[in-house]
Design a protein around this ligand. Structure first.
Ligand code: NAP
Length: 306
C-alpha cells in the first residue's frame, strides 16, 4: 500500500510518500480501506517527538489517528463489523506506528463506529478525535441545561464541536476566538469574545454571575483566566493543561470509544452537530496539511483525501 511515513522526528519535511506492507487484521482488529483522514495538532506534536515518553514510537511511522473508510477485511472475532461497512474512527493505538495517512489501516474495533449516514467520508474523517475530545470533556464536566459554559478556542476543531454539544444540552455558551471567527461562532450558537489581554473583563461583562463550566482547548493562560470567572462551585476542564486539577477541575486525554462515537454520530445525523471541513489535501500533500495545522489559526478541520 501507499502511505505517508517518517523515519525520524522533525519538521513536516520528514514526511514522504512510500510503499509499505499491507496491514493484517488481528483477532479484534479490522482492516479499513481509508477514504479520508484528518489532521489534529497532536499529529505534528508526535512527529516533532514531543510525546516521547508518553507513547512509544516504532519507525517508520504512518501518522494520523482519524479515519473514515470502508471495512475491507475482518479479524478472527470482530462481530461488530462486516466487509463493506462504512466506518469512522479515532485509531489511536498504544504505540505510534501504523496510522491513517495510508491506503489501509488496521483498526481495533474499539476505535471504530459506523459512519454517520448524513456525512461524506471527508466530513466523517473530520470528526473522531476532535469530536470525541469535545464530547468526553463535556461529559467529564457534567454540563447541563441552564448552565453558562465558557469555551476557549471555540472556533477550533475541538471547540466547534464542544459549542454545539453544549448547546444541544441546553447550555448558554460563550466562546473565545479572533474577530474573523465571531460570525462563525454565532452561527454555531455561541456568544463570541476575543481572546488575549482583557479576556477576563470581557467574559465578566457577558456573565456577571460567572460561568459554571470552563472548557480550555487553547492552553496558555486559559486555565488561570477561567479560575477568575467561575461561579462558586464552578469547574474548569482542560485538554492542554493539567493545572486545571489544582482548581478542582479535570484534565482530559481523549480515549477511543465506539459508544461515544455512536452517540456523536446520532447528534450529527439528528442535525444537532454540524461538521466544518476547511482545507482538503491529497495524500501526497500531507506535509502541507501538517503545515496548515501548525499555523494554529483558521477555521474548519484539515482533511486528507486518500
Ligand atoms: N488532551 C487531548 O486529548 C487533546 C485532544 C485534542 C486536542 N488537544 C489539544 O487541544 C488544542 C486544540 O486542539 P484543536 O484540534 O481544537 O486545534 P485547532 O483546530 O488547530 O485549533 C485552532 C483554533 O485555535 C484558535 N486559537 C488559537 N490560539 C488561541 C487562543 N490563544 N485562544 C483562543 N483560541 C485560540 C484559533 O482561533 P482563531 O483562528 O480565531 O485565532 C483556531 O480556530 C491543541 O493544543 C491540541 O493539541 C488535546
Amino acid at each position: 500500500m501507499r502511505a505517508i511515513t517518517y523515519s525520524q522526528f522533525g519538521s513536516a519535511d520528514v514526511l514522504e510518500l512510500t510503499d509499505q506492507p499491507d496491514p493484517h487484521p488481528g483477532a479484534d482488529v479490522v482492516v479499513v480501506r481509508v477514504r479520508a483522514a484528518s489532521v489534529n495538532p497532536v499529529d505534528w506534536m508526535v512527529r516533532q517527538g514531543y510525546l516521547e515518553g508518553v507513547l512509544d514510537t516504532q519507525f517508520p511511522v504512518v501518522p494520523g489517528w482519524d479515519v473514515a473508510g470502508v471495512v475491507e477485511q475482518v479479524g478472527l472475532d470482530t462481530p461488530e463489523f462486516r466487509v463493506g461497512d462504512e466506518v469512522y474512527g479515532y485509531v489511536r493505538k498504544d504505540w505510534v506506528h501504523g496510522g491513517t495517512f495510508a491506503e489501509l489501516v488496521a483498526a481495533p474495533v474499539r476505535t471504530l463506529a459506523r459512519k454517520p449516514a448524513s456525512l461524506s467520508f471527508e466530513e466523517a474523517a473530520a470528526v473522531p478525535l476532535a469530536g470525541l475530545t469535545a464530547y468526553q470533556s463535556i461529559l467529564r464536566s457534567g454540563v447541563r441545561e441552564g448552565q453558562t459554559v465558557l469555551v476557549h478556542a471555540a472556533a477550533g476543531g475541538v471547540g466547534s464541536f464542544a459549542v454545539q454539544i453544549a448547546r444541544s444540552l441546553g447550555a448558554r455558551v460563550i466562546g473565545t476566538a479572533s474577530e474573523p471567527n465571531h460570525e462563525y461562532l454565532r452561527g454555531l450558537g455561541a456568544e463570541p469574545v476575543t481572546y488575549g489581554d482583557g479576556l477576563v473583563e470581557r467574559v465578566r461583562a457577558l456573565a456577571p454571575d460567572g460561568v459554571d463550566v470552563a472548557l480550555d482547548y487553547a492552553g496558555g493562560d486559559a486555565v488561570a483566566a477561567s479560575a477568575q470567572v467561575l461561579t462558586p462551585g464552578g469547574t474548569v476542564t482542560s485538554i492542554t493543561d493539567a493545572t486545571a486539577r489544582e482548581h478542582g477541575g479535570h484534565y482530559v486525554w481523549v480515549r477511543p470509544s465506539s459508544a461515544d462515537l455512536e452517540a456523536l454520530g446520532a447528534l450529527i445525523d439528528a442535525g444537532k452537530v454540524s461538521v466544518e471541513v476547511g482545507q482538503v489535501f491529497d495524500l501526497a500533500d500531507a506535509a502541507d496539511a501538517h503545515r496548515a495545522s501548525e499555523t494554529r489559526h483558521g477555521r474548519g478541520k484539515i482533511v486528507v483525501r486518500v
